[in-house]
Design a protein around this ligand. Structure first.
Ligand SMILES: [Fe+2]
Ligand SMILES: [Fe+2]
Length: 472
């Protein structure tokens, strides 16, 4: 049973850690390693500044978070699981309808541990990728949002480490240690997934990362929330609550970039906004193309026997599994996927269970498209003709069935030489990146914004926009 979160304990939790001395000691041993990692690989600077952060205090529907100024190293990272659902049953796969598991079944131990490790690896990875961004924040409001996301990704690491320690014995503890030993971009010990080894060197990339890559996180967590392994399900359920803010930072942040660009376009009656310190729309489109395509890779291959096995075993479902109107076993159904065969698009039918990754990806793409429509509405409201688009899902892929194809953002299949001559129109060039980086001048007075981004619509929690979100 869950209980209130106890903040008098060394590790705040609602899993009755005090009732399991061995586990408590093991996690208290891991805690200083986490603290070292935070100082070594977490945000550069600002560790002594007070930052207006939210901390989880309850897992219930109402008032789950508390806001106050805290120093980053004093943030109370804890272990929080959502309320258990009474008589919860497995919702999909071969064991559909059976009671969910509170312990890991031996035959699925390796697969479950792998799923948890891969998810856990992404959490500290993004903190590492973003560690230098504090130096160039466009406002105190944004600086605070960056750190809020960073501490919560740290907490998501705690969430996965708890599962490893509590349910996987010695190899679980070893995996928990390894989560701090791999580092983003480290040539010898890189993070597991490609997108998490890319640099997040500027705030435009950061905002798009939170829009596209944190949204991949939402879909992965949503799929794991359906898991028959109940502690994993409840952990992910609560993580999703925190994740919503990360995507808000991206969606509202890019909306503010577009707002600012529109204002400059109108004021100077030009598309060429770069001289005025704003980001031109074609450059933004190229950044979208990049972040969307690397995020699609995170879903794995379109057809996957691993994903099919996870699904039939009940380990990982689809996003909002109950909303699918099929039998949730999928062995007798077919689903069509688009392939490129001999230089042409071809719809092919596959056993539905082999394309669950693709189904998860489709829900994700629909969700991405919603925010794009809101961004385009800003352009429309300013009477600007230009429209932003999601590139075709086969564009610029390193993983899956499109890996070896050259496909334009429009979906047109290209030859390798056509691709090479057009690539600079599709993806940010070095000079685009240099330009964006040149805009990244820190703005640290309350209420002031950098030249390339409009102010937010409102402040954080109940505070005004010009609040001192970070005390410098
Ligand atoms: Fe996360
Ligand atoms: Fe996140």
């Amino acid at each position: 049973m869950t209980q209130q979160i106890d903040y008098s304990e060394k590790i705040p939790n609602n899993v009755n850690l005090a009732g399991d001395r061995r586990l408590q000691r093991a996690l208290e041993n891991w805690q200083p390693r986490f603290a070292d990692w935070w100082l070594e690989m977490g945000p550069v600077g600002f560790q002594d500044n007070e930052i207006y952060l939210r901390t989880a205090v309850d897992v219930g529907r109402e008032g789950w978070a508390h806001f106050s100024h805290v120093k980053l190293p004093d943030y109370r990272w804890g272990i929080f699981l959502s309320e258990p659902e009474e008589d919860r049953r497995i919702g999909f796969g071969e064991m559909k309808g059976e009671p969910v598991w509170q312990e890991v079944p031996g035959e699925f131990r390796t697969d479950l541990r792998r799923l948890i490790v891969v998810q856990g690896d992404t959490e500290p990875a993004s903190v590492e990728q973003q560690r230098y961004l504090g130096k160039t924040a466009p406002s105190l409001y944004d600086l605070r949002n960056l750190f809020q996301i960073n501490v919560e990704e740290g907490r998501h690491l705690w969430a996965m480490v708890y599962l490893l320690h509590a349910h996987f014995g010695r190899d679980g503890r070893e995996e928990a240690d390894a989560l701090l030993q791999r580092n983003s971009g480290d040539p010898d010990h890189p993070r597991i997934l490609g997108a998490f080894n890319e640099k997040t060197s500027d705030w435009l990339s950061f905002l798009l990362f939170t829009y596209f890559t944190d949204r991949d996180g939402k879909y992965q967590l949503g799929a794991l929330k359906e898991s028959a392994f109940d502690p994993l399900s409840r952990t992910c359920d609560f993580m999703l609550k925190e994740e919503a803010h990360h995507m808000f930072v991206g969606a509202s942040g890019i909306a503010r970039v577009i707002q600012r660009t529109c204002e400059v376009m109108k004021e100077y009656d030009t598309d060429d906004v770069r001289p005025y310190g704003a980001i031109d729309l074609p450059t933004l489109q190229k950044y979208i193309n990049f972040h969307f395509s690397v995020s699609l890779d995170l879903f794995g291959s379109e057809t996957s026997t691993n994903a099919a096995n996870y699904y039939s075993a009940g380990l990982k479902g689809r996003f909002a599994e109950p909303s699918y109107e099929d039998d949730h076993v999928l062995v007798n159904d077919e689903d069509a996927i688009s392939e490129i065969v001999d230089g042409r698009w071809l719809e092919t039918s596959r056993p539905k269970i082999t394309v669950v990754n693709e189904q998860l990806r489709r829900s994700y793409i629909e969700d991405c498209a919603k925010g794009m429509r809101r961004w385009n509405r800003i352009l429309e409201e300013h009477g600007i003709q230009y429209r932003l688009d999601l590139p075709n899902e086969a564009f610029h892929r390193q993983v899956g069935i499109y890996r070896d194809a050259y496909v334009a953002p429009s979906g047109e299949i290209l030859s390798e030489s056509d691709w090479e001559s057009s690539e600079s129109n599709f993806l940010p060039t070095d000079s685009d990146r240099d330009f964006v980086i040149s805009l990244m001048q820190p703005v640290y007075s309350p209420g002031q914004m950098a030249s390339w981004i409009a102010p937010p619509v409102s402040g954080i929690h109940t505070q005004p926009i010009d609040y001192e979100y970070v005390r410098l």
